[in-house]
Ligand binder design. Sequence first.
Ligand SMILES: *[C@@H]1O[C@H](CO)[C@@H](O)[C@H](O)[C@H]1NC(C)=O
Ligand SMILES: *[C@@H]1O[C@H](CO)[C@@H](O)[C@H](O)[C@H]1NC(C)=O
Ligand SMILES: *[C@@H]1O[C@H](CO)[C@@H](O)[C@H](O)[C@H]1NC(C)=O
Length: 153
Amino acid sequence: MRYLMLISLSLLAPEGECDLLRDSVHVTSAAARPNNELWCYKCLAETPENRCADLRHNNSALIHKCHNDRRICMVKRFSYTTSTENSTTALKMWALERNCTKHCEPGCIVIGERTKLYACTSCCTTSLCNYGSGADMWSIDLACAFLVIILSL
Ligand SMILES: *[C@@H]1O[C@H](CO)[C@@H](O)[C@H](O)[C@H]1NC(C)=O
Ligand SMILES: *[C@@H]1O[C@H](CO)[C@@H](O)[C@H](O)[C@H]1NC(C)=O
Ligand SMILES: *[C@@H]1O[C@H](CO)[C@@H](O)[C@H](O)[C@H]1NC(C)=O
């Protein structure tokens, strides 16, 4: 069930790039770019206590070399709230993924009414930068702006 929702949310949130990037990304041909030296955390967590979700402990086993055009590190966090007419529960995480990726669209997709599902992605381009919880919204726009600056150099 968890996996099914993960897949359907992934389809709803395709790994496109952030809007501002759309033009700059495609003008650079793969052949013209330097070797991929990027390393990212790569793992899937299904509970907040999982060491993929909480990277404070020894996490060297989760470090992964990125290959080919996968030049962005990302964190995607899936969480939900449930509401009654008078109250809403705190945001609860039910899955978190870290990985190397080719396209990364920062931001959140929200679906549902009483039970709201959130799929939030943040993106970054330096090695092992995807250590965050994926929950800090303000950094998403910052990461996007940062990417634009990097890619337009
Ligand atoms: C990372 O991305 C690759 C390629 O898209 C995918 O096959 C793999 O399952 C992903 N890893 C995790 C932990 O989600
Ligand atoms: C961390 O884990 C790796 C492999 O999982 C192990 O080789 C290494 O010795 C560990 N480091 C520490 C400081 O525990
Ligand atoms: C919600 O609040 C209204 C008005 O304060 C109250 O009458 C109602 O019983 C509450 N509903 C629930 C499910 O707590």
